[in-house]
Design a protein around this ligand. Sequence first.
Ligand code: AHG
Ligand code: MN
Ligand code: MN
Length: 371
Amino acid sequence: MYLCVLLCDPLWLAVLFFTTKGHEGLHKGSQSKDMDNYKITTLNDFIILKQKDFPYAKGELSSLLHHIGTAAKMVNKKINKAGLVDIIGSAGEINVHGEDQQKLDVFADEVFIGSLLSSGECCGVATEENENEIVFSDIFASKGKYVVCIDPLDGSSNIDFNVSVGTIFSIYRRITQRGEKVRNEDFLQNGSKQVAAGYIIYGSSTMLVYSTGYGVNGFTLDPSIGEFCLSHPEIKTPENGSIYSINEGNYIRFPEGIKKYIKYCQEIDKESGRPYTSRYIGSLVSDFHRNLLKGGIFLYPENRIVPKGKLRLVYECNPIAFIAVQAGGKASDGNQSILEITPSSLHQRSPFYAGSKNMVMKVEEFLDLNR
Ligand code: AHG
Ligand code: MN
Ligand code: MN
């Protein structure tokens, strides 16, 4: 009687069905199970995997990238705590650009410098927060093959308000001989000489996006295991986008070509999908990252107050331009490719237009016609 009731109950029937299936499986020996959902490539796996593509690579660049990943995790942890501990707000200092230094600017700067020093592969660093390049005199580091240019915390004025911020980095092979003291010129190479570049975005999730000149790959931090995992392989940016990102509050001071381009973005045209959408966060990394994935353009032109624009060529424009180009996009100062400019000083500024190829070309066209 009881057996009859049980066998009529659909739940029990289901249990019976699956246990029988499982049992069969156990007896069949080898099982073919779809394990795709369990496959994980961590940033460190990926770096080592890619190192094998270069038969003469000795792992120095890999070690450097690995250390950048570790520093990013430390900064991420601190950013997550912003608001809970005494880390938000001004550090009470003014940096080399006359800007208010945030506590997190200082923290991120120290963490990245420390991590690069301990990698032993980097002989010097140029950062937004320090007037001159930092030369490592440590016995191992001074023999390192690479120099790094870095904006340790990008968009830091947003940090107190829970808005996404980032880190931007650029790696060059030194020009001076190993063992020699690293010099200013090691940091003032044009962007096309970058060996690797990338950024970290501390957003609703934290991502590290980088390129060594063979495409762009993105890794999302899985906080449960503390690892960056490959989530966006071989990122390609659309050739045409529909987002334009610019601080329109400065409109009145923009060059004529940019004013006209903004009006062009706002016109109705079915074929090109206009009007475009306007999106501006005020953190270069976040604005660029969104546009990279969705298709769009980031613009920071010169204006009467900042005659060379606001963004810094060496550690903001160059690395972002490298990623844009590697993803099939474009980056320009309005006249020429960002990557072709030879910097003359560490904190040099440049007008900056980066993103979908056809959109950047359109901006250059507008600037050309209105000179
Ligand atoms: P940083 O915080 O490193 O000084 O960079 C801020 C930059 C950049 O992230 C952003 O695109 C731009 O400043 C925003 O400038 P405006 O506030 O003038 O729009
Ligand atoms: Mn910045
Ligand atoms: Mn910064």
